[in-house]
Design a protein around this ligand. Structure first.
Ligand code: UD1
Length: 419
């Protein structure tokens, strides 16, 4: 069993280069299923979720080849299979994008329900509502979703009842090759929604308005091959910014889009770190003596829920009281029990964590309960006194490329051990 061993108490210094965005890659790779021709995708993060989704495309009959460590070539021209029910589909959340992409290409999709991090209930009613609005019939047989239409999908007007990244992306995928112009309202504005729209447009689609509340898609008959470079990972960047601020030191987080980090930069500054923006990097300087702040997670451009556990960790050793309100997921505080083992003083009341900052966390053996929880425990280990062991690394490996190498290059004392 692999574990991370972290000896705490080090400051972080140096430069760290952020990889391509996981949540963009896991949407763009399924989207390639709709493309007639060869796609070369650059800045692809080499992480488990990407390897799995690329593998699923390969199982469906696409030719998938890594040209370099971060460049993936996919030719899905010859794919003639719309059934993805293998266990791999259940190992990640984003496999539900196969539904939109296969529906777009074949008007048929048979896909197993997805897995991914457990944040309580994760409904897909808005995805299904969008497919049905585009005139597909959708049935769920135990854990298999069967979506189909006799002919090409038909454009429509969709209003999403909740701002959902997944439903926005799935509706975009399915509408891309539908007949006519689809309007999707109350959509998610996350950077990876915009990145998917840019990818689709590069391949010949007509998607307008991504990044605003309304997306308009004029359906095209065909998408063609091309080359596209994925945006940097907002959440990986944020994880390193929070680590630098919490541990103290001076870190330049490189290869990022600073505007994507605005909500986090504002909160780190409010808590006492010095955050300086450059064209494609952000420097975080801190003496590690931060003060408590209140945070509420919301859809973009609000504070990202995927940085909530990391921020709670920082606040658990900041001066004074903080309140963190989770505004996206009903249950995203499971990891707090693990932080408490390390001495954090946190009380959960409904969707709020009330945090009283302690002088020092202390090392313990803890479990990564999900992907970002794993990252937050690594930050906790770095700022704690003593040694921390993190178990269940499979979650971290799903979403962070070379995580411990990057932390070590900044001076953290982190090693992966196999026992
Ligand atoms: C994506 C991200 C995840 C992130 C989340 C919110 C990927 C692979 N995952 O997840 O890391 O935490 O966005 O930024 O990109 N909802 C419904 N009905 C639906 C769909 C969603 O009620 O049909 C609700 C959810 O319960 C949740 C909220 O909408 O409360 C947001 O979920 P959504 O944006 O869809 O999250 P995911 O796309 O699953």
């Amino acid at each position: 069993m692999e574990k991370l061993k972290i000896v705490g108490g080090t400051k972080l210094r140096g430069n760290v280069r952020i990889s391509g965005a996981k949540n963009a890659a896991v949407a763009i790779i399924p989207a390639v299923l709709m493309v007639d021709g060869v796609c070369v995708i650059e800045n692809v993060p080499h992480i488990k979720d990407v390897l799995v989704i690329a593998d699923i495309l390969s199982d469906l009959g696409a030719k998938v080849k890594w040209l370099q460590d971060d460049v993936l070539e996919i030719d899905a021209t010859t794919v003639n299979n719309y059934i993805a029910t293998d266990d791999k589909v259940r190992s990640m959340r984003a496999s539900y994008y196969l539904l939109g992409a296969l529906l777009g290409r074949f008007h048929m999709a048979t896909v197993r329900l997805p897995g991914g991090c457990n944040f309580g209930e994760r409904p897909i009613d808005q995805h299904i509502k969008s497919f049905e609005a585009l005139r597909a019939s959708v049935n769920i047989d135990y854990d298999i979703v069967i979506a189909k239409s006799e002919k090409r999908l038909k454009a429509t007007h969709i209003y999403l009842d909740v701002v959902s990244v997944g439903a926005t992306i799935n509706a975009m995928l399915a509408a891309c090759m539908a007949e006519g112009t689809t309007i999707i309202e109350n959509v998610a504005k996350e950077p990876h929604v915009v990145d998917l729209a840019n990818f689709l447009n590069t391949m010949g689609a007509s998607v307008r308005g991504a990044g605003t509340d309304t997306i308009r898609i004029r359906g095209v008959e065909k998408l063609h091959g091309g080359t596209y470079s994925i945006i940097p990972d907002q959440i990986e960047a944020g994880t390193f910014m929070i680590a630098a601020a919490a541990a103290g030191g001076d870190v330049l987080v490189e290869n990022i889009i600073p505007q994507h980090m605005d909500s986090l930069s504002a909160k780190l500054s409010e808590s006492g770190a010095i955050v300086t923006e450059f064209e494609d990097s952000i420097r975080v300087e801190s003496n590690g003596m931060l003060k408590g702040v209140n945070v509420k997670t919301r859809p973009y451009p609000g504070f990202p829920t995927d940085l909530q556990p990391q921020m709670v960790t920082l606040l658990s050793a900041a001066r004074g009281k903080s309140m963190v309100t989770e505004g996206v997921w009903e249950s995203r505080f499971q990891y707090i029990e693990e932080l408490k083992r390390m001495g954090a003083d946190i009380v959960i009341a409904d969707n709020r964590a009330i945090i009283h900052g302690v002088d020092r966390l202390r090392g313990a053996t803890v479990k990564a309960t999900d992907l970002r929880a794993g990252a937050c425990l690594a930050i906790a280990g770095i700022i704690a006194e003593g040694t921390t062991y993190i178990l269940d690394l499979k979650h971290i490996d799903r979403g962070y490329q070379n995580f411990e190498e990057k932390l070590t290059s900044l001076g953290a004392n982190v090693v992966r051990i196999d026992e």
